[in-house]
Design a protein around this ligand. Structure first.
Ligand SMILES: C[S@@+](CC[C@H](N)C(=O)[O-])C[C@H]1O[C@@H](n2cnc3c(N)ncnc32)[C@H](O)[C@@H]1O
Length: 306
C-alpha cells in the first residue's frame, strides 16, 4: 500500500461519474466533515465532493489501480490518496491516523471497473479489443483471467460461472474451457470459442473479472467496516452495476448482515445499524443514460447510520 500525497491535477476526468448529483445531494451533510471515496477511478465523485465541502473538510480516496490515481491526480490539500484495496480500509486509516477513525460523514463507493480500465486494451478487461486476458485492477497481484483459464479445476470454474456469471449452463462453459484451455490466451480467443451474443460474453467476462479481483469479498469487507468508520448519522452510498452486488448492499442496509435477516433485541427493536427510514434506491434518469451508457445498469443505494 502506498500513500500518495501532494499530487497535481493534470487531466480532466476520463470517466463520467454516474449519478453524481444524486450522490452529492445525499451524502454531504457536514461541510467540514470527513468523506471517503473508496473507488477513486477518474476522480469524478471525489471532485464533486471537494467542490461542495469547505476548506476544513477532508476527503480520503482509495484505488487499488495505481494508474487510476497517477493519471487523475487532484492537487488539493484536502484530499489524501491511498493506492490500496478498500477491503483493508480500517487498518490503513488506523496506521495512517495512529488511531481508529470513527467520525466519517459519508462514504461513496462506485463499484466495478472504470471506463479508463475497460477502454485500455492492454488491461485485457474488454471483449472489444484483442489482448492477453488480464483483468487485474491491482497490477501487483499475480492472479489474472489467464491464470484462471489455464489453471482452475472444473469445480472452481463451475463456481465462478454459476455464482458470478449466473449461468444455468455453467458446467458446459467450464467443460469447453477445460477442453480448449491450451489454445486460449487472449480476449478474442475466448470470444471466438464461445461465439455467442454480447449479453452472454459480457456475463462471461464479468464472471472472470469478479473472480480475478475478488470483488464480492472485498465489497462484503467494505460494508462491514463502514459501520464502524461512519459517525452517527453518517451516510453510506453504494453504486452497483449487477444484481449480485446490489443484493448484498440491499441486504446489508436492511439488516446489517449479508443475508438480510433482520435481528431484533428483547424489546423487539431492529438491530440493524442503519435507519431504514432513510434507506433509498435511486436509478439514473433517461437523460443520464442517454449521455452515458455506463449508467444504464447503475443502482445507487443510500442509507444512514443510526
Ligand atoms: C467505477 S470506477 C470509479 C469511478 C469514479 N467514481 C469516478 O467518478 O471516476 C471503480 C474504481 O474503483 C476501483 N476499485 C474497484 N474495486 C476496488 C477495491 N476493492 N479497492 C480499491 N479500489 C477498487 C477500480 O480500480 C476503479 O478505478
Amino acid at each position: 500500500m502506498k500513500i500518495l500525497k501532494n499530487m497535481k491535477y493534470f487531466h480532466k476526468p476520463y470517466h463520467k461519474p454516474v449519478l453524481l448529483a444524486e450522490v452529492l445531494e445525499n451524502i454531504i451533510s457536514d461541510m467540514n466533515g470527513i468523506y471517503i471515496d473508496p473507488t477513486f477511478g477518474s476522480g469524478g465523485h471525489s471532485l464533486g465532493i471537494l467542490n461542495k465541502i469547505s476548506n476544513k473538510g477532508k476527503l480520503i480516496a482509495f484505488d487499488q489501480d495505481q494508474f487510476a490515481i497517477i493519471k487523475n491526480k487532484i492537487n488539493d490539500k484536502r484530499i489524501i490518496f491511498f493506492n490500496a484495496n478498500f477491503r483493508n480500509i480500517t487498518k490503513i486509516l488506523k496506521d495512517y491516523n495512529k488511531k481508529v477513525i470513527k467520525n466519517v460523514s459519508g462514504i461513496i463507493a462506485d463499484l466495478g471497473v472504470s471506463s479508463y480500465q475497460i477502454d485500455t486494451p492492454h488491461r485485457g478487461f474488454s471483449r472489444r479489443f484483442n489482448n492477453m486476458l488480464d483483468m487485474r485492477m491491482d497490477l501487483s497481484k499475480t492472479k489474472s483471467a489467464l491464470n484462471i483459464i489455464k489453471n482452475y479445476s472444473f469445480e472452481n470454474l463451475n463456481h465462478i460461472f454459476y455464482k458470478y456469471g449466473e449461468f444455468k449452463n455453467y458446467q458446459s462453459i467450464s467443460r469447453k474451457i477445460l477442453l480448449n484451455r491450451k489454445f486460449i490466451n487472449t480476449t478474442f480467443d475466448l470470444v471466438k470459442l464461445f461465439n455467442h451474443n454480447i449479453k452472454f460474453l459480457s456475463r462471461l467476462f464479468q464472471a472472470l473479472r469478479i473472480e480475478v479481483n475478488d470483488e464480492i469479498n472485498s465489497l462484503k469487507q467494505l460494508l462491514q467496516q463502514s459501520v464502524n468508520i461512519l459517525k452517527q448519522g453518517g451516510v453510506l452510498a453504494i453504486i452497483s452495476y449487477h444484481s449480485l452486488e446490489d443484493k448484498l448492499v440491499k441486504n446489508f442496509f436492511k439488516s446489517g448482515n449479508m443475508n438480510g435477516i433482520i435481528r431484533y433485541n428483547k424489546k423487539g427493536k431492529n438491530l440493524s445499524p442503519f435507519r431504514n427510514k432513510f434507506t433509498k434506491r435511486i436509478f439514473p434518469k433517461k437523460d443520464e443514460i442517454y449521455q452515458n451508457n455506463r449508467a444504464k445498469s447503475a443502482i445507487l443505494r443510500i442509507t444512514r447510520k443510526i
